[in-house]
Design a protein around this ligand. Structure first.
Ligand code: AMP
Length: 282
């Protein structure tokens, strides 16, 4: 495994691989790696000859400077975890290396960027698109791996690839959870002991929706989820939305012929957690 901090050195190495006809799988991350990230890297290792992972806390996707400052960073521990896996190149650049000049591009993802996360984190997906397109331009991967935990991000990335015609295959990966059901997240380490104990209620509640959907309207189910999670006073729901899984338009009736997903954001103290659940079509 080799660590690079500059674009030119990383590109020289990857160009060499490509000349030799090797396929390149890419996993973008913001570090503080956990088993969720590692599952993406393992999958990339099975499907590609070369695996590149980036560790970069991208300032342009943070609408809250306090959130950016307290975001966990631990490169040494990350490198220790990566050394146990098939991971060929780690790219851990500085902000100046990624953005030698400020990135002023404004993307238009329509509804995809204005609902849910986009509504509560204005500018977030524009920043995500900036960094992912910059990384795709540098690395030129054949395949890139994204977790379904950030479901809305995945739909935005697919749209980015469509708009800019990147020759990259986007591979969605299943959510990895702690044994109590809490979706793994770098932010979980910011939870106090009490908030950590409270947080699994989010997934436990989502696991009930497929059963409850049989006897409740969409509106009733949405109200149920918010009330159920907030039964614990340490949790505050920012939103729970039920949308179709491609355009993220609100679902009003179970009869609509779309694949449906329920997406939630919850504050546990000052830490913001997200999760989602697919609805079964029955
Ligand atoms: P992040 O470092 O939070 O930007 O995440 C990097 C990638 O890992 C994104 O594609 C995330 O969706 C994915 N990821 C984060 N947590 C999980 C998880 N618990 N299960 C699966 N993928 C995850």
């Amino acid at each position: 495994m080799k660590l690079y901090t500059t674009v030119s050195e990383l590109q020289a190495e990857i160009n060499n691989c490509r000349i030799n006809g090797l396929s390149v799988g890419f996993v973008p991350t913001m570090g503080a790696l956990h088993d969720g990230h590692l599952s993406l890297i393992n999958r990339a290792g099975k499907e590609n000859e070369i695996v590149v992972i980036s560790i970069f806390v991208n300032p342009t996707q943070f609408n809250d400077q306090n959130d950016l400052q307290k975001y966990p960073r631990d490169l040494d521990s990350d490198l220790g975890k990566l050394s146990q896996l098939k991971c060929d190149y780690v790219f851990a650049p500085t902000v100046e290396e990624v953005y030698p000049v400020p990135d002023t591009r404004q993307f238009d993802f329509g509804n995809l960027e204005s609902v849910m996360e986009g509504r509560f984190r204005p500018g977030h997906f524009n920043g995500v698109a900036q960094v992912v397109s910059r990384l795709f331009d540098i690395i030129k991967p054949d395949r890139a791996y994204f977790g379904m935990k950030d479901f809305q991000q995945l739909t935005v990335i697919k749209e980015l690839v469509r708009q800019l015609k990147y020759p990259v295959e986007i591979i969605p990966c299943e959510i990895v959870r702690e044994s109590d059901g809490l979706a793994m997240s770098s932010r979980n380490m910011l939870l106090s002991e009490d908030h950590r104990k409270a947080a699994p209620l989010i997934n436990r509640t989502l696991l009930k929706v497929n059963e409850l959907k049989k006897s409740n309207s969409v509106k009733e189910l949405k109200e149920f989820v918010v009330a159920e999670v907030e039964k614990n006073p340490l949790l505050k729901v920012e939103y729970f939305e039920i949308v179709d899984d491609t355009r993220l338009l609100p679902v009003n009736s179970w009869n609509e012929p779309t694949e449906k997903i329920g997406c939630i954001a919850v504050y546990a103290g000052k830490t913001r957690l997200i999760d989602n659940i697919k609805f079964e079509n029955n």
